[in-house]
Design a protein around this ligand. Sequence first.
Ligand code: ATP
Ligand code: MG
Length: 429
Amino acid sequence: MQSIKQVLSGDSLDMPVRIRGWIYRTRSSGGIVFAVIRDSTGIVQTTVKKGTVSDGDFESASNAGIESAVEVQGTLAEDNRAPGGLEIRASGFKVVAFSEPFPITEYQSTELLLDQRHLWIRSREQTAVMRVKAAMLRGGREWFHENDYVEVTPPMITGVASEDSTQLFQIKYFDRIAFLSQSAQFYLESLIFSCERVWTLTPSFRAEKSRTPRHLAEYWHLEMEAAWVDNEGNMKVQEELVAAMLECAADECPAELQLLGRDPATLRKIAPPFDRMPYAEAMEYLQKNGFDALWGSDLGAVEERALTKDRETPLFIVNYPKELKPFYMKGNPDDPRTYKNSDLLAPEGYGEIIGGSERETDNALMIERLKDKGESLDNYQWYLDLRKYGSVPHSGFGLGLERMVTWVCKLEHIRDSIPFPRTVARVYP
Ligand code: ATP
Ligand code: MG
């Protein structure tokens, strides 16, 4: 048995081949069935001629509709009308399972495709996205391994509602309530005192009520935290990691990327260092371009789009005003109105994919900020403990995997970067 990718590599020309997969499309005309077969690696045309295969096999091929599972053997031949220029002339055609009429045909509404998500994920675009995502993850994992990071496993269930509690999912936890994690950051921070450099990939849950093309209620969050690293060092990690993920995608998935309309060469060109632009400068740029960008206003999708639409490489926005960011970030001594933090914006208008910062080490400052926000200190006791026993400078960040996939795969909506998207409107299938 060969994969379709192997067959199409051309080495098997005029040789016997055997494949299995699902019927992608099929038509027959005058004693010949043209069935295009799909497997996880690609599609190939097969021709099944009456008389060349057994009568039973020809009958099967004639009756098998889209998505029937089949096994085909035959000879690989050149045919410039076939996709890829090659076709399999069948000597045998076995149906493993006939398919009922497939509910998805061409030109379906977005809603129907979401209702039929369990079937729609068989589409070539969705398959390509999943492969690209897997390659990006592999590139990231290898980068962390090569750079001595320990992969750790923080909890997804947490006991206290911290920060932005409006976006927390509450669950029944035995006879109490608990919450689903929005970020593993605090747990990672506690682990640097033994492991020094840690990373993790976990789902993060956010009850995002606004329907935007870049927010999911459940997304995969790649987070890292490292001791002895300042904000500049933190950005270096981000740019190296992102470049490694892009390189792996370009190496392993050139055909998938092309199918999605992404030239792999554009990804290979992206190399550290990425540009850094202070928030204040971003505001000036926006004002010059017709935005009401006043100091202290946040950068949303529209502003981030304006900042990045003409760029081909990612851009760090650094030193945001304190009022826009959480209490645990390290103050910026060069401009006390701001933090030593960064958001990494993807180019071509895609916008934020990473948020990171150096972390505050001064408990008194953090306590003051928490009080200003009206937070109960009880909820943060264990976190504040971390600064009491040999606190060290440290930094970390969180990368939204689906945000990055949306950019790399040139998707219009984040829901297509994950097989089963969870949004306000949808938890089925
Ligand atoms: P935004 O302002 O876009 O809502 P955020 O400031 O809430 O983002 P962080 O809390 O810094 O984001 O989370 C780290 C990263 O996780 C973000 O840079 C982004 O890539 C990703 N992310 C955040 N919220 C979502 C979401 N609802 N769906 C998908 N990815 C998300
Ligand atoms: Mg948010």
